[in-house]
Design a protein around this ligand. Structure first.
Ligand code: NAP
Length: 304
């Protein structure tokens, strides 16, 4: 049976020319459990030392419903201040545009302030990728595009992406941007398969956007499946995992990476061994039959 190609050891972020690791590490949960800058540094090293040098954060990470806005960025800023040489070893992505309790603000004034505030917290002069976290329905894409283009021209941001945008919202923003989008970040996992059939990944391939998959383990649900559907998906992943001597989580990352759009899973673990283990996803081979078996388990019905 023919096998799907292995993922490349590096990918290019959209049309930017920026080389990134084919797996990313996310810092949504970094500022939890009283983590210190020393703890955060150990996690950053675990990722980079395993070849996972594409790092994803957001200004809202750390927010607990009442406070903590900016805490994950600030923690990474402390790590970078203590060890400045780390900056050149990572491709740094952050996001903004969620502003509790509004919930979203992408007015020109706010976006300018949000980008500057992220740079201050991260203690860097630029980020490599700046993403709109969730769409603000009240912001005209032409106004948003103007601010984002300015952020590129001023050197604060090297390239632009979006997250949780519909295909139409991506097309509208890209229409007005001079510096076109390079990435999109939807939720994708073996338990969250809508983008395989709703046109989002097709659009990503058409526009040359790199898809970054958030919650690639369904927020951890795949490690402790609950429903009959979760368990069927886990079993389909386990079949490949046990045949190739990897864990179910590694099989899940590699299942996403086998898609032709070049999906980059964002590992969400804040455990150094689990982060490093993710790199094994580069070695897992999928056949069409095994890949579709996971999809069919997630659909809960056969394909036509
Ligand atoms: P995930 O990989 O689906 O889930 C990670 C969770 O699973 C962690 O709590 C982790 O706990 C747990 N887990 C349990 N067993 C594990 C194992 N064997 N291996 C790995 N993890 C295990 O990802 P996520 O944290 O939900 O999201 C990943 C990243 O996506 C975030 O950090 C963020 O960058 C991005 N994200 C973006 C958005 C958006 O709107 N754009 C939304 C959510 C997330 P331990 O830490 O104890 O390992």
């Amino acid at each position: 049976m023919s096998e799907l190609p292995l993922p490349p050891v590096t990918r290019t972020l959209g049309h930017s020319g920026i080389a990134v690791s084919p797996i990313a590490w996310g810092m949504w949960r970094l500022a939890e459990n009283g983590r210190t800058a020393g703890d955060a540094a150990r996690l950053v090293h675990a990722a980079i030392d395993a070849g996972i040098s594409f790092l994803d954060t957001a200004d809202i990470y750390g927010f607990d419903g009442s406070g903590g806005f900016g805490d994950a960025e600030a923690l990474l800023g402390e790590v970078l201040a203590a060890e400045p040489a780390l900056r050149a070893r990572m491709v740094l992505a952050t996001k903004g545009g969620i502003l509790p309790p509004l919930p979203y603000d992408q007015s020109a004034d706010y976006l300018r302030k949000a980008i500057n505030a992220s740079l201050t917290r991260l203690k860097v002069d630029h980020v490599d990728l700046w993403q709109i976290h969730r769409p603000d329905i009240l912001a005209h894409p032409q106004e948003v595009a103007r601010v984002l283009d300015d952020a590129i021209t001023s050197g604060k941001v090297r390239c632009l992406g979006v997250s949780n945008f519909t295909a139409a919202q991506i097309a509208a923003l890209n229409h007005f941007l001079g510096h076109k989008l390079v990435s999109t970040q939807p939720e994708i996992s073996p338990l969250r398969i809508t983008c395989f059939e709703n046109g989002e990944l097709d659009q990503a391939m058409m526009l040359g956007l790199t898809p970054m998959a958030w919650s690639p383990l369904g927020g951890g649900l795949l490690t402790a499946p609950e429903s009959a559907r979760d368990k069927a998906v886990a079993a389909a992943l386990d079949a490949v995992a046990s045949a190739q001597g990897v864990s179910r989580t590694v099989a899940a990352y590699s299942w996403l990476m086998a898609h032709p759009a070049g999906i980059i899973p964002i590992i969400g673990s804040q455990n150094p061994e689990r982060i490093a283990e993710g790199a094994a996803a580069l070695t897992v081979r999928w056949t069409r039959q095994d890949w579709y078996a996971v999809l069919v388990a997630a659909r809960g019905e056969r394909l036509p």
